[in-house]
Structure formats: C-alpha cells, structure tokens
Design a protein around this ligand. Structure first.
Ligand code: PRP
Length: 209
C-alpha cells in the first residue's frame, strides 16, 4: 500500500532529504521541484510539502499517514498522533534571548514575544514566573529591538540571526529535532509498510553516524 507523507517544506525538508535518500527513497523529483507541492510518481511513497503547523492538520484529518515535522511544532500543538522516530535532523534548540541590557531578574512583569506561546507559557509556569506573552508570526528577533517585548523565546540553530541582530541567549530551553509522526489509524491499516520505513530510516541513520 502507498504511504502518504507530509513533509515540512523549507529547512526541515532540506535537512531530512539525505536521510530519506539513504533509506532508499528516490527524492529527485522533490529536489528539482520548483513550486510543485505534490509528488505521486513513486508507487510506494506519495509526498506533499506543507507548512510545519499544517502537517499536524493533515495527519489529524487522515489526509496523510505520516508527518515529518519538527518537535517544536509537535510540542506547541500538543500532538496526539504517534511520535514514532526521532530522525535527529534539523537539530536546534529553544532559547530565551534578548538585548545585552536585559535583566532576567527584573521585578517588573516581563513581556515575552514568541511564535510558540504554549511552550513559552509552560516554561515560565515551570520556573514559577508570571509573564505576558505576545504571539508573533516570524522574525521574532525584532520584538526586543523595537521595545515590543523584554525578551523572546525562539529557535536557535546556528545562532547567526541572534548575533547579527545583537541579541544574546540568557537561557537554553529544550532541544529540538525532526520527528516521524504517524496517524494512529494508518498505523493499524499500513502497519508493515510503516514499520519497514521506520526500520530503513533507522538503518540509514546508523550509516550516516
Ligand atoms: C528561525 C528562527 C530564527 C532563526 C534561527 O526562523 O525563528 O529566527 O530561524 O536560526 P539561526 O540560529 O540559524 O540564525 P526562520 O528562518 O524559520 O524564519 P522566521 O523568523 O520568519 O520564522
């Protein structure tokens, strides 16, 4: 049976393609895609390219069997599908960052800008601090620079976005990587295909180490 896979387009896609290829999947059509979003040439694997937060929607609605998506998005959306495998690509981390003059111990209630309000909320709850959270859709680094927020919670991969905007990390939060997530119904209906894919990916991971 064909496995339908939603792959998060952009950085996640680029970083995971070598692993998919090493597991035996031909990704040449995706590599040469232009603006194409659906890839149905391979009878074993059909791919769609979607925005990260939408991958969970396709999975939840059973439009695909498998999602390849960052654990940042899974944590933010409180994913209920089966998180089958850490692909260990797309490794980065969450960090609390701000301008050099930020005082993490300021007594005034902090304003935190982020694309990840749930993760931010649970982090500050864990450390017992009440903060105001402002949801931002992208380029979160702007917020402390223009006085919209005291600090940000955002992804850091190479650190160059922070460096080039004169921001620094105050606390590192949890690590993030790309995961293989499976629709629970598909896990029953396409069990052998899904376990075969997972085994091939694990073998490919060991080859790459
Ligand atoms: C992410 C993240 C940071 C940047 C970190 O943004 O929100 O801005 O990458 O990467 P770095 O540490 O390697 O510089 P993305 O590129 O996804 O764009 P966005 O800010 O518009 O969401």
């Amino acid at each position: 049976m064909t496995l339908k896979i939603a792959l998060t387009k952009g950085r996640t896609e680029k970083q995971v393609l070598p692993l998919l290829e090493a597991s035996g999947i031909d990704c040449s059509a995706i590599r040469n895609k232009g603006r194409q979003l659906i890839f149905n040439e391979d009878p074993d694997f059909h791919f769609i390219l979607a925005k990260g937060p939408d991958v969970a929607t396709y999975l939840d609605r059973s439009a695909v069997d498998i999602g390849i998506v960052g654990s940042d998005i899974l944590a933010e959306q409180q994913n209920t599908q089966y998180d089958m495998l850490d692909l260990k690509t797309g490794q980065c981390r969450f960090a609390l960052a701000s301008t050099p003059d930020f005082n993490p111990n300021q007594t005034k209630r902090k304003i935190i800008a982020t694309k990840y309000p749930n993760i931010t909320q649970s982090y500050f709850e864990r450390i017992g601090e009440d903060v105001e959270i402002i949801k931002i859709e992208g380029s979160v680094e702007l917020a402390p620079l223009v006085g919209l927020a005291d600090a940000i919670v955002d992804l850091v991969e190479t650190g160059s976005t922070l460096r080039e905007n004169n921001l620094r990390i105050y606390t590192e939060l949890q690590p993030i990587s790309t995961h293989l997530v499976v629709n629970r119904l598909a896990l029953k209906q396409k069990r052998s295909e899904i376990f075969q894919l997972s085994a091939n990916l694990k073998r490919a991971q060991q080859l790459e180490v």
